[in-house]
Design a protein around this ligand. Structure first.
Ligand code: UGA
Length: 434
């Protein structure tokens, strides 16, 4: 099948590459001419393990093309995926201006039947709005389908080639047939495709992300309570997770959830609810608890230094919102940096993948080290904000030699307690004994 993807951000690029890998001819459209030029030369604009290989393979096989010319791409394709940004507006609701402006263009340009597929995370009712927008411009038949994306950053290739399920929201039989054909390579290997109406499909995405945000936040509260009563969250987590109604995944406590999805989607669902006169009380509480959780270790650091952080040298390991990505959107590291700087601390950070993105935002407000051990030169303590693998089993002797003071505040529970305490470190993690 010939497919156009409009928008080559994270979701668009991964979706386009995956659909090419499944044997389709894919035209990726973006308004950013420089980015399109770079992609044509085989340069992947995002960091995602395994993506580059798949990207280059499909460019070489002439199944994956890049262009700024939306008209030309539309002419060649039967299916048009919209993978456009839906950033939160000032009030937290999703801004649909990019999606609707492309819908307008589609209405003006199409000359035969098309299936328009909404891949972006959009509020309930957006498929209707896209349909209405296109219909004001054309009499040519078309269908609008909601087909939300569930991939995780850092595992995008794995998740997109082997999704837990495919959700297709459309009541048009013709569109359902087209979508079933695109995803046949998945159904062939037993991955379910679940058909439903557009609104249920749109809500499924928000409900799934919000549920996971609640799950993590619940666990963070249990972890905080463990500290109060002297329980160990690792044990509680294992005990709870063994019930397969709960499951072991997404029960890892830490310094809060971040990223481009959970915070945005939780906010947007709260906002959509309000527009209908509906209060998502559980999500409002989740947001509030998460915001506090992100900086929970700052008060611990402050307590450790008896309330005075002026001139304290803090080494920071990890800047990305989670491991295996260079994404720093809503990263807990940034909240910690802001607060610690306000309190007069000095920060030296290390994250070889996300450093460049942080430099763009913070410039030289903090220093950057070339490796994890250099951050520790004369440091008064270490704060860990991202669970990169390279931090998992460090040389504690080498750390101790470099640090001015042997204290670790670990926002991602990277080490077993004995591992650090045997080496004489003060170690504060989340939900475990100090
Ligand atoms: C999330 C969802 O997991 C995907 O299914 C969804 O497609 C995606 O959003 C999206 O809407 O596009 P992602 O933002 O890449 O994916 O990140 P996750 O791996 O879900 O992690 C989100 C946050 O939760 C991170 O800050 C992570 O550190 C935190 N987390 C995750 C925990 O604190 N504890 C856990 O046990 C799991």
């Amino acid at each position: 099948m010939n497919i156009t993807i409009v928008g080559t951000g994270y979701v668009g690029l991964v979706t386009g590459t995956t659909l090419a890998e499944l044997g389709n001819t894919v035209y990726c459209v973006d308004i950013d001419a420089k980015k399109v030029e770079r992609m044509k030369q085989g340069i992947v604009p995002i960091y995602e393990p395994g993506l580059e290989e798949m990207f280059l393979r499909n460019i070489q096989a002439q199944r994956l093309f890049f262009t700024t010319d939306i008209k030309e791409a539309l002419e060649k394709s039967e299916v048009i995926y919209l993978a456009l940004p839906t950033p939160p507006g000032e009030d937290g609701s999703a801004d649909l201006s990019y999606v609707l402006s492309v819908a307008n263009q589609i209405g003006e340009m199409i000359t035969d039947y098309k299936v328009v597929v909404n891949k972006s995370t959009v509020p309930v009712g957006t498929a209707d709005r896209v349909r209405e927008t296109i219909a004001t411009k054309t009499k040519i038949p078309f269908d609008v389908v909601s087909n939300p994306e569930f991939l995780r950053e850092g595992f995008a290739v794995e998740d997109s080639m082997n999704p837990a399920r495919v959700i297709v929201g459309s009541e048009s039989e013709k569109a359902q047939e087209v979508m079933a054909k695109i995803y046949q390579p998945f159904t062939n290997i037993g991955i379910p495709i679940i058909f439903m109406d557009e609104k249920s499909s749109e809500l499924t995405k928000y409900a799934a992300n919000s549920f996971l945000a609640v799950k993590i936040t619940f666990m963070n509260e249990i972890a905080n309570y463990c500290e109060k009563v002297g329980a160990d969250v690792d044990k509680v987590r294992l005990g709870m997770g063994s019930d397969d109604r709960i499951g072991h995944r997404f029960l890892f406590p830490g310094i809060g959830y971040g990223g481009s999805c959970f915070p945005k989607d939780v906010k947007a669902l709260i906002k959509s609810g309000k527009q209908e006169g509906f209060d998502f009380q559980i999500l409002e509480a989740t947001e509030e608890v998460n915001q506090a959780q992100k900086v929970i270790l700052v008060s611990e650091i402050e307590k450790y230094f008896k309330g005075d952080l002026k001139g304290k040298k803090i080494a920071l390991w990890g800047l990305a919102f989670k491991a295996n990505t260079d994404d720093i959107r809503e990263a807990s590291s940034l909240d910690n940096i802001k607060l610690l700087l306000e309190k007069g601390a000095e920060i030296t950070a290390y994250d070889s993948i996300a450093e460049e993105n942080v430099r763009h935002v913070l410039g030289d407000q903090i220093s950057y080290a070339k490796d994890m051990y250099s951050t520790l030169e004369n440091a008064d303590c270490l704060l860990i904000a991202t669970e990169w693998s390279e931090f998992k089993n460090p040389n504690f002797e080498m750390m101790a030699q470099r640090m001015n003071n042997k204290a670790i505040f670990d926002g991602r529970n990277m080490f077993a307690l004995e591992q650090v305490e045997d080496k004489g470190f003060f170690y504060k993690s989340i939900g475990r004994k100090t």
